[in-house]
Design a protein around this ligand. Structure first.
Ligand code: HEC
Ligand code: HEC
Length: 274
């Protein structure tokens, strides 16, 4: 044994290096194969665990493009939607004429935001079960647990929250009957996010023809082609300074060709007159 030692000793640094690479090679796949971030939300999760997941969902799915979280700030925060920080206390009894408890109210405000409009706010919130948020049932429960946790301890578990009614808007994107572009502009909620008056910014940029022409030219497109693209595929060009992923991406499936064409021509002409 002692006689082999002199031969082994010089090899020690090499052995350490080899050991390091063996360890490293085993370590790499583990970091690569980390489970994907979109976690399956188990039915057995405690309300506190759901609230943690909901916290992430609210940040990832664009809720904070409109809402703020300002503890002690009252309903009217600095955002385009109500301050969510106090929502659990404010809505502990639900709302008059609507759901009479916090969980049912929160479920309604996510599935069908237009069913009850918070005073002083316009009907601009897209249903959370459709684009852009696309919350599945478990994610909805997690968001509700998180919203509860903004006031007191969360209580909901998967299964405690009603599922969206099949008839709720969003379960099936409503087709629009009219081909009158001014009526569509209101019916499709464009108006909640866009003004037709130059300089009047809402959630989205104003849609005055002069401004639109400029953007279209900058993209090397005709005004009509740019408008068509912006409506059916809003993600193709995201205007700097505005929240991406907020404009519903499904107008292309909700409008038929005649309606789309009418809308494009309406926007192209609107404000083009002196
Ligand atoms: C485009 C802007 C916008 C987005 C995006 C949005 N909201 Fe809203 N939200 C509003 C507005 C405006 C209101 C108030 C009008 C109403 O009640 O629908 C509101 C109301 C609410 C309410 C009721 C608040 C109260 O004080 O009663 C809740 C809860 C809520 N939103 C949660 C969410 C969550 C969660 C998301 C993300 C999945 C989200 N919102 C995405 C604009 C938005
Ligand atoms: C929930 C809010 C929301 C709704 C509803 C909405 N939009 Fe938008 N829209 C945006 C935002 C935010 C942008 C800017 C970011 C981007 O380019 O995607 C935008 C961009 C646009 C643009 C490109 C403007 C430019 O200067 O680049 C057009 C055109 C447009 N929307 C038309 C419409 C029409 C028509 C409707 C209704 C059929 C509609 N939008 C509904 C939020 C909305």
């Amino acid at each position: 044994m002692t006689r082999t030692l002199p031969y082994v000793t010089p090899l020690v640094p090499a052995l350490i290096v080899i050991a390091f690479f063996v360890w490293f090679a085993n370590w790499i796949p583990q970091t690569r194969w980390e489970p994907p971030k979109a976690q399956a939300i188990g039915a057995d999760l405690a309300p506190e665990e759901l609230a943690q997941i909901g916290r992430t969902v609210v940040r990832q799915r664009g809720c904070l493009a409109c809402h703020t979280l300002e503890p002690g700030g009252g309903v009217k925060g600095a955002g385009r939607g109500p301050n969510l920080a106090g929502v659990a206390a404010r809505r502990a009894q639900g709302v008059a004429g609507g759901p009479d408890n916090l969980v049912a109210y929160l479920a309604q405000s996510l599935y069908e935001p237009s069913a009850y409009l918070v005073e002083g706010y316009a009907n601009i919130m897209p249903s959370s079960v459709t684009a852009p948020a696309n919350l599945n049932y478990e994610e909805t429960v997690a968001v509700i647990a998180y919203l509860q946790s903004l006031g007191k301890a969360p209580t909901v578990k998967v299964g405690d929250v009603p599922r969206p009614a099949a008839s709720a808007p969003g379960a099936q994107p409503a087709a629009v009957a009219s081909a009158d572009p001014a009526a569509m502009f209101t019916a499709l909620a464009c108006e909640g996010c866009h003004s037709l008056v130059a300089g009047e910014t809402r959630v989205g940029p104003p849609l005055d023809a002069a401004g639109l022409k400029q953007v279209a030219a900058g993209r090397g497109m005709s005004l009509e082609a740019f408008l068509m693209e912006s409506i059916v595929n809003p993600g193709a060009y995201e205007k700097p300074g505005f929240p991406g992923g907020v404009m519903p991406p499904d107008y292309g499936t909700r409008l038929n060709a005649t309606q789309l064409d009418a809308m494009v021509r309406y926007l192209a002409a609107h404000g083009g007159r002196p």
